[in-house]
Design a protein around this ligand. Structure first.
Ligand code: HAM
Length: 426
């Protein structure tokens, strides 16, 4: 009878091991490749920041800051928070280091939110994302959105919709918020329990509420696009024209305000229809043209997006896409039955020459080593027993051939690299 180990991963977190890890490795490698194609460099910032970075950045009244952040005091009495998202930290680093602009950063990071765990919603999830600082050109919005779109395509996802909106800038959004506030105040008794109490703090949060009561009241209220000033309207149509020009379709979604306070102008979300509606957002982002200033920098426009790795893989599974994302099959497997560990210098030579090479350990029998070699999926096995060792030779066996007696080849150890290169076409 197996007993439960004393420790498991914390509630709402998970380990990535086994077959899943190849998907993660492949997904991240593809994102890195895509980011390189678009001219982004990788950026790392600490997993925790002074809590003010997030309170000022995503907004004290956002659900994430109010209810979900992991805030702690360190041994020196400083109050920090684990990163609930990637943007505020990158902008903090931008303000601190003042790199040249446009600053184009990509990242892969865990993010921590104390949520109610369920499929596709975790307390530690992981995002790949990009941020661009230093330009308010609508072409940047198009570039960021297209990077996400092309990345999803490269993962094999086909059932993804892009929802897009413009939230305007301070003044035009301000007029809209006041109009919304008036409606919410007049009909506050009809709102969901939470927003009956909190709608005054930030009326935009009510627009983001998925509860029927709030949806009904806000649907009958003012619509954000009607309030955009000429400049914001012009910027938004340049974004949608740019998307049209590269064949990316979108759904105009006037209610899309997203959950953080830093957003201005373009906001967008990607939904995977193969997933259930509660957790179907596989990515989201937008402009944050005031964030650098809010974090103490000079006024600098910015835009980016983040995409949940777990949700992307769930969406792939739900769409039935099962193509591998990375090839982790070794080229070679070395079977050493000399009892003198000739495998160690041989595998080193092969790896230095660029071949993915595996081997067995613990002086196992020929039969047992061949079993592991077969399981590894390697194309060729290199066999060295006492006979080969005495003759200075190595036997090459094609593991995919059914008639290995016929196809197996014995070569001088000194010729091994040249022969393998030819056999593998590398
Ligand atoms: P977000 O929409 O909060 O935006 O998160 C981005 C993505 O992370 C979501 O679309 C979803 O795929 C995934 N995600 C979020 N929370 C969870 C969770 N609890 N469990 C699993 N997956 C989750 C941001 O974080 C912004 N920083 C995006 C951004 C970048 N905006 C501008 N630049």
């Amino acid at each position: 009878m197996s007993t439960q180990p004393p420790f498991q991963s914390p509630v709402g977190t998970h380990d990535v091991i086994g077959a899943e890890s190849a998907l993660w490795e492949g997904l991240i490698a593809r994102f890195a490749q895509m980011a390189y194609r678009y001219g982004f460099s990788m950026v790392h910032t600490p997993l925790f920041e002074e809590v003010g970075v997030f309170n000022r950045g995503i907004g004290e009244n956002s659900d994430v800051a109010k209810k979900e952040m992991y805030v702690f005091e360190d041994r020196g009495g400083r109050v920090y928070a684990l990163r609930p998202e990637g943007t505020a930290s990158i902008v903090r680093a931008f303000v601190e280091h003042q790199p040249t602009t446009p600053f184009k950063a990509w990242y892969v990071t865990p993010a921590f939110r104390y949520e109610r765990p369920q499929a596709g919603r975790y307390r530690q999830h992981h995002q790949v994302g990009v941020e661009v600082l230093g330009s308010d050109d609508a072409a940047v919005d198009v570039e960021v959105i297209s990077l996400a779109w092309r990345f999803y395509q490269s993962l094999g996802l086909t059932n993804v919709r892009l929802l897009i909106n413009s939230m305007g800038h301070d003044s035009c959004r301000g007029t809209f918020v006041e109009a919304l506030r008036a409606v919410l105040t007049a009909r506050s008794a009809e709102l969901c329990d939470e927003h009956q109490k909190t709608h005054g703090d930030n009326p935009l949060r009510v627009l983001d509420c998925k509860k029927d009561a709030c949806v009904e009241v806000t649907s009958a209220g003012p619509s954000l696009p009607d309030f955009l000033c000429d400049e914001c309207r012009h910027h938004f149509s340049a974004v949608t024209n740019g998307l049209d020009a590269i064949g990316i379709s979108y759904t105009l979604t006037p209610r899309l305000v997203r959950g953080f306070d830093y957003y201005t102008r373009t906001t967008f979300e990607f939904v995977a229809d193969a997933l259930g509606s509660a957790q179907n957002a596989i990515g989201g982002g937008g402009r944050y043209d005031k964030l650098a200033e809010q974090l103490g920098g000079t006024p600098t426009s910015g835009i980016g997006f983040g995409s949940g790795i777990e949700r992307l893989l769930l969406a792939r599974a739900a769409e039935g896409v099962d193509a591998a994302l990375i090839n982790r099959v070794p080229d070679l497997f070395v079977v050493d039955t000399t009892g003198q560990d000739v495998a160690t210098p041989l595998v080193d030579q092969l790896r230095v020459a660029g071949f993915a090479t595996q081997r067995a350990f613990d002086g196992r029998s020929m039969k047992s080593q061949m079993k592991v070699a077969d399981r590894s999926g390697a194309r060729l096995a290199l066999l060295i027993g006492p006979q080969e060792q005495a003759a200075g030779e190595i036997t090459i066996r094609d593991l995919r051939s059914t008639d290995f007696e016929q196809t197996q080849q014995r070569v001088q150890a000194s010729d091994i690299l040249a022969v393998i290169r030819e056999r593998l076409g590398k």
